[in-house]
Design a protein around this ligand. Sequence first.
Ligand code: ATP
Ligand code: MG
Length: 582
Amino acid sequence: MKNAATKRKNEKGATNVTATGSTPSNFIRDIIVEDLKTDKYGGRVHTRFPPEPNGYLHIGHAKSICLNFGLAADYGGLCNLRFDDTNPSKEEAEYVESIQEDIRWLGFDWDDRLFYASDYFEQLYEYAVQLIEKGKAYVCDLSAEEIREYRGTLTEPGKDSPYRERSVEENLDLFERMRAGEFEDGSRVLRAKIDMASPNMIMRDPVIYRILRATHHRTGDKWCIYPMYDFTHCLSDSIEGITHSICTLEFENNRPLYDWVLDELNVYHPQQIEFARLNLSYTVMSKRKLLELVEGGYVTGWDDPRLPAISGLRRRGYTPEAIRDFCDRIGVAKSNSTVDITLLEHCVRQDLDRRTPRVMAVLRPLRVVIDNYPEDRVEELDAVNHPGDSSMGLRKVPFSRVLYIEREDFREDPPKKYFRLAPGREVRLKHAYLITCVRVVKDERTGEVVELHCTYDPETRGGVTPDGRKVRGTLHWVSAAHALEVEVRLYDYLFTKANPYDVEEGSDFKASLNPNSLVTLTSCRVEPSLGGAQPGNRYQFMRKGYFCVDPDSSDGALVFNRTVSLRDSWAKIEKAQKKKGK
Ligand code: ATP
Ligand code: MG
């Protein structure tokens, strides 16, 4: 089987990350290979991705999507998309739409296999009736609170409900009348009759139907009883002929119930397999938490580029390839752990490195006047779009007497190893000439540097030095008269802590929010070749990072999101110097 030879395990049981980006083996692949060998499902591999439409998908879901759709693709099988829509009060059509858009964007397709658990409501009702007829389910009149009390604890067995021994006839009658709307919401439930003393709390007569008058996004007001997740999920898998029902670890304790329902009803029985959910440092992942941030106005929406939602990552400039590569590299393990967010950044950097054209953008402009360059002259200089990919071609960049460079590329009093511009210092302007700083103009009041005067060496066009002299610094720049003024949004982690839940007693994860997660720069300058940029277009701003055009852009007013910075070599040197006390 594919990549079986690359299989290596680390101490946590996770499959090792491979540098190739190809899919390594893992314990789920091992199970599938074994099942194919023993012909357990007649050679079939059929998985499903079963989101609850109660929010937008996040990068954790991407892991599950890549796994389920990826396994199906690799073993010649099928993967269904199934909405687990049994909770009408929290579910919305908006989410159904966005989930489909996100899965397609990630590069996966369910063909004609789009299902809804709500498609099966009638059939699930019939199954519930069968359980009642078998004496394996009963209508219980205890309140939710009483059910909790009767359930016992981890150390104490539960108590039987006083309604547990109702006759089959009475149960059938009551369940039918529950459906007919004769009873109040919450006044009765249908419970599986299993074992109130089971060491697994989930097996203590779990509720499988409840009364709830809420309009469902698909079935409207047809139903006032709704099946619970544990009853619905296994039967939906069974109805669809799923072979491997892959879910996250927290459902391990639910597996006996999954098996119990299918065995009692004597129907086709898929195998549930649990894997560790993705946790990312500096990130909260649950839809409920993300919804809280969206509804509380802590972010601008589900597509806020700081959120780990797929729509946020897309707007931020992430590519589906980068996310799929990330999901491949993190592998699939049987124990929970937290992945370092820098791995995700590494994946997107690597993908954008090969696909984006390089352009020059000055985020915090400092004016530079080239004293010996003629006032009315403009040169169109050749610039390569990608140093490693000549197929991306050349473009023209205008050069003139007044330029902007990055403020941080000038220091009046340059520290050691700072090779950028300083008084009397010569540097190279990318694609252009060597310039030397001859004068510094300051604001008289504040002392702030407001303008530099430089001279250029006409012999160095294209950055060459005919006399062979060495110049270490190369700066990006734009021509002041030609540059476009744009807005740039710089994002940092949404949380200040690797574990956002690590907060003082009495506060919640929102106490870890990073007040500086968004910095908006409004008078940035980019080279004129970006004039026609469209939302979603991606670039490398030389020496600054990867950026993409935000949909907030309008004609003549571009807005860029920083997807990810380049590794900043100077910041690293400076940090090291500070450490050494230099
Ligand atoms: P959340 O807590 O974010 O709402 P969920 O598990 O309730 O997550 P579902 O819509 O039920 O969300 O998830 C659909 C599928 O995605 C499930 O199979 C679930 O196991 C999987 N999934 C959800 N979160 C993660 C994650 N962080 N890592 C891997 N898989 C995940
Ligand atoms: Mg859920």
